[in-house]
Design a protein around this ligand. Structure first.
Ligand code: ZN
Ligand code: ZN
Length: 158
């Protein structure tokens, strides 16, 4: 059982270790539009941050597959990121996108939403297959990384 959901009443003042593995089919990853190639490894520590707030300093490792923005080649991306997430029941902080709301009286903190969010950020910033990817020809669809297509002689439209 993944230790990614912690009971608040078991948290002491010292940071508490969080560690777990989320399988690609975990409901937390539904609708992300990415293909996870293996389990997502999560670790980190959760600690009280005063006034009913809790700070999670986590680390997320995952490998997933997507398409290059320009040439739609499959690209494998390794995610290996630190994640800081604040969990708070303070209504004034709810607007802050980096704060995860805790319901008043909640007795469990689940860090999975912060893991999901990290993946979302990575997907939306999905990189190119390589920094100088030439993409596909807008006219004939040829992969310009493989060399110029026959449209080039006619001249660029932009
Ligand atoms: Zn590409
Ligand atoms: Zn072409």
């Amino acid at each position: 059982m993944a230790m990614l959901r912690l009971h608040i009443n078991q948290l002491r003042d010292d940071p508490t270790s969080t560690q777990g593995t989320l399988q690609p089919e975990d409901p937390a990853f539904e609708g992300l539009g990415l293909r996870l190639l293996g389990p997502v490894q999560v670790d980190g520590v959760l600690q009280r941050a005063g006034d009913g707030d809790f700070l999670w300093r986590g680390h997320v490792r995952a490998r997933f597959e997507g398409e290059c923005r320009r040439c739609v080649t499959d690209v494998t991306l390794d995610l290996d990121d630190d994640v800081d997430a604040l969990f708070s029941a303070d209504p004034d902080l709810v607007e802050d996108p980096s704060v995860y709301p805790l319901e008043a009286g909640a007795d469990v903190i689940d860090v999975t939403p912060a893991v999901r969010e990290e993946l979302v950020l990575r997907v939306s910033a999905f990189p190119l297959c390589r920094p100088d990817c030439k993409g596909l020809c807008a006219k004939c669809g040829a992969d310009l990384n493989a060399g110029p297509c026959s449209c080039v002689a006619v001249g660029s439209t932009n």
